[in-house]
Design a protein around this ligand. Structure first.
Ligand code: SAM
Length: 285
């Protein structure tokens, strides 16, 4: 591997359940940096022991990050190389590290991120919901009013929406999703991804709640909620005759040309047909 850079902060993702999901480069960096900053020492030690790595560990969690990061900045300025890890997944993403990274920029210290496990992205990839545009909202607020307000503000969000959730609040959050967003909105709950009891379930919101309530095991462990984005209902639908013509042309022509020709042939609105085709396309992604 390349020589590690001195005075650099490496952001190293760790597995979200299956220890084999660490990368080779991640292991090399954990082995060779001067210091590993961990959210929980015992937790990180399990990973290090699995791969026979011994290194110096320092604790930094959300309670002590502000104060600890000042000390770490001094070390980085003195040329120490540091790897930042959290308990699972990508550090900083709903995990400690944000304050430290911000301070690195303030003091002109190099930050090098490694790619790796992230529960939100892993769940999204298997959700079968549109993934060309999505928004990540972290954990839903624990207070009902704040949660409902946030959900209501996302009712017309057209991008796919991703939340982290705990088993203690999932049923209540599901009730609120149904009330504030739409009981018929499609969604996915990804549970215990990469672990023994991994499950990915997709259904309309009200049927999802019913399914969860049938068996407590269905929401045991760690959860990601993914909600389909709002779909605008088109004022005019497209008749089967028009759609068949469009599909025939689309096999050999660009989207724009197929829309223009179909609209001419059938004397229908070009814009409406275009919007309809785009929507159909995103429904299939
Ligand atoms: N930084 C992490 C990441 O990159 O995914 C997220 C940390 S956040 C404190 C932990 C939350 O991520 C859990 O409460 C759960 O919502 C989600 N999560 C983590 N591991 C998961 C897994 N294996 N399956 C499903 N969700 C998971």
């Amino acid at each position: 591997m390349h020589q590690l850079k001195t005075g650099t902060l490496y952001i190293v993702p760790t597995p979200i359940g299956n220890l084999l999901d660490i990368t080779y480069r991640g292991l090399e960096i954990l082995k060779n940096v001067d210091l590993i900053v961990a959210e929980n020492i015992q937790h990180t030690n399990i990973l290090l022991q699995k791969f026979n790595i011994t290194n110096h560990l320092v604790l930094m969690n959300k309670d002590n990050e502000n104060q600890k990061s000042d000390n770490l900045i001094k070390k980085l300025q003195a040329g120490v190389s540091i790897a930042l890890v959290s308990n699972a997944g990508t550090p900083v993403i709903n995990d400690p590290g944000f304050i430290l990274v911000k301070k690195c920029y303030f003091f002109n210290i190099k930050v090098i991120p490694l790619p790796g496990a992230c529960a939100a992205i892993t769940a999204l990839s298997a959700s079968g919901l549109a993934n060309n545009r999505f928004c990540y909202e972290g954990f839903l607020p624990s207070k009902k009013t704040a949660r409902c307000n946030l959900l209501l503000s996302l009712k017309n969000e057209t991008r796919t929406i991703i939340f982290y959730e705990s088993k203690y609040r999932i049923l209540q959050s599901m009730e609120d999703i149904i009330d504030q967003i739409d009981k018929n909105r499609y969604m996915v709950i990804a549970r215990e991804i990469t672990k023994k009891w991994e499950s990915i379930h997709r259904d309309k919101a009200h049927l999802m709640l019913k399914w969860l309530k049938e068996d407590k095991c269905r929401y045991k462990g760690e959860l990601v909620i993914i909600i389909e984005g709002f779909k605008k209902i088109l004022k005019h639908n497209v008749s089967k005759k028009v759609w068949d013509t469009f599909c025939l042309l689309r096999d050999v022509l660009s989207l724009k040309k197929s829309v223009t020709l179909t609209a001419k042939i059938h004397q229908v609105s070009k814009n409406n047909l275009y919007q309809y085709a785009i929507k159909k396309d995103s429904d299939n992604t």
